[in-house]
Design a protein around this ligand. Structure first.
Ligand SMILES: Nc1ncnc2c1ncn2[C@@H]1O[C@H](COP(=O)(O)OP(=O)(O)OP(=O)(O)O)[C@@H](O)[C@H]1O
Length: 475
């Protein structure tokens, strides 16, 4: 493909545009050229009457700064109109290769998530990017807990290409459960969900966009415009005969105290989790439960190698085949609550149990570094209090953002098809996707590739090193 060139005057300065198969190179006056990846270009048009060439993209002003929306409106000379039109049309074609432009988006905003700035952030930073990209928006502000569930439950599926949650993980939990209770549940769960991170933990956004962009609402908006559907496993969480969909995590003990015990401290942003951790460490109380699981793999090195081979194979297969039968019901859990054959019971007292999917559970904690979006398994971390002191916890948390805890010999990490918990104490916290659930018996089973997310990478964006091998090399 030959490069396409043209020029126009932007704010009185001659600006040259060169379109290659992967980038748009813009040179304004005598300034240094800027190379904008076509993934970041969201709109291009040429207006014959005014001879205006309009290009819009998202870019960083500083190397480590947030993404910002840039509009370049250039006045084109009469004799160069055809070249400008060609550049605009070809830019759109190449910037949206394999992606449908002008997505129709349902947007749910939780005004109370995180530090309570979701509405202002959406108006100032998110909406302009989505509108510039030509997306049509149907925006609803949730008024109370449960609204997102009700909206998702009756969402007219053919009217939207994706659903955006301007919130944290709590709203996504509601949306997926709404879809699961839709009249066409399987089809509803094929509606791609894209998080715009304005909650506290924003775990899903971190997993899709990575640690640098996970809290960047413009990067998340770009994912909503350009991301591809990625099928992901979810969990069937059964408690007291009722089934709930969990998409991210279940936590008990110290890790649940950190989350649920700090709900009244939302104003602190995600610092609330660190505060909760230190408060929990003062107590250092084992969580009195019986944990049993149907294990598939517990060799840490094998799980690590499996992650690497999946990554080098280029991520997961995108979407499951479109559901033809609209009324197809959700798959029933396959594992009977009474089944005991092949189940193993963890015999040590637990400081915490953390089970889930998606490496990051927060910016400071990569809890499941070898998690894969669609391996049909749940990653389980069982931290025993045996041979593990407060000092060990504090020391190990330095490496928590990079998942270094994984290599600790006294951290029990495994992948399972299912697990169950029986509380032995009366009181305690149970967190499911960051939401509070009764501290009562439950069973979790994986439902493979049932939900759909938008992803620009096709896998979780969470680099994980072999710290153990690196440390050994250094010693
Ligand atoms: N208008 C509302 N008023 C009060 N609560 C709401 C409203 N809309 C939604 N909620 C509830 O607020 C809770 C928290 O939402 P959300 O997950 O968006 O933020 P967060 O907890 O700060 O973020 P994270 O889950 O990422 O830590 C959820 O339980 C959600 O159901």
């Amino acid at each position: 493909m030959a490069d396409i060139d043209t020029e126009a005057k932007v704010l009185g300065k001659i600006t040259r545009y060169c379109l290659t198969s992967t980038a748009l190179i813009v040179t304004i006056g005598n300034k240094k050229s800027q190379t904008v990846s076509l993934h970041n270009v969201i709109a291009a048009s040429f207006h014959s009457d005014s001879r205006l060439l309009k290009i819009a993209y998202v870019n960083r002003k500083k190397e480590k700064g947030p993404l910002e929306l840039v509009h370049l409106d250039g006045q084109v000379e009469e004799g160069k109109a055809d070249a400008a039109r060609n550049l605009a049309n070809t830019t759109m074609e190449w910037a949206y290769r394999d992606i449908k432009p002008n997505r129709r988006l349902k947007v749910l905003i939780n005004p109370h998530g995180g530090v309570g700035k979701a509405v202002a952030v959406f108006n100032k930073l998110v909406e302009p990017v989505l509108r510039t990209a030509g997306c049509s928006l149907d925006v609803v502000h949730t008024k109370k807990k449960g609204d997102a569930y009700e909206i998702a439950k009756i969402l007219p599926l053919t009217e939207f290409d994706a659903l955006l949650t301007v919130s944290g993980d709590g709203l996504i939990h509601e949306v997926l459960n709404g879809f699961a209770n839709h009249s066409c549940p399987r089809k509803a769960l094929q509606t791609p969900v894209a998080p715009i991170p304005t909650g506290s933990g924003n775990g899903l956004s971190l997993n899709l966009l990575g640690i640098e962009d996970g809290f960047d609402v413009v990067a998340a908006s770009l994912n909503a415009i350009k991301g591809s559907p990625m099928a992901v496993d979810v969990f069937s969480f059964t408690q007291n005969g009722k089934r709930t969909i969990s998409f991210m995590s279940q936590a008990l003990g110290l890790m649940a105290d950190v989350d649920l015990g700090t709900e009244d401290l939302r104003w602190m942003g995600d610092s609330r989790f660190l505060y909760g951790l230190f408060r929990g460490l003062i107590k250092f109380k084992p969580c009195d439960v019986k944990l049993s699981y149907k294990v598939v793999e517990q060799d840490k090195r094998k799980m690590f190698e499996n992650l690497n081979s999946r990554r080098s194979a280029g991520g997961s297969e995108s979407i499951s085949p479109q559901i033809q039968d609209e009324n197809l019901a959700l798959p029933e859990p396959k594992i009977n609550l009474e089944e005991t054959e092949g189940w193993i019971t963890f015999s040590e007292p637990l400081l915490y149990l953390y089970a889930g999917k998606g490496p990051y559970v927060g910016r400071d904690f990569m809890a499941f570094p070898v998690s894969l979006p669609d391996d049909g398994l749940i990653d389980i971390v069982a931290q025993s209090v045996k041979n593990f002191s407060r000092t060990d916890v504090v020391a190990s948390f330095g490496g928590a953002p990079k998942g270094e805890l994984y290599w600790n010999d006294n951290l029990h990490y495994l992948k399972a098809k299912a697990y169950r918990i029986k509380p032995l104490a009366k009181k305690g916290y149970l967190s499911v996707d960051g939401e509070s659930y009764p501290f009562e018996e439950f069973q979790v089973e994986v439902l493979p590739r049932l939900a759909t997310l938008l992803s620009s990478h096709g896998f979780y964006n969470a680099p994980f090193d072999d710290m153990k091998a690196n440390k050994n090399k250094g010693s």
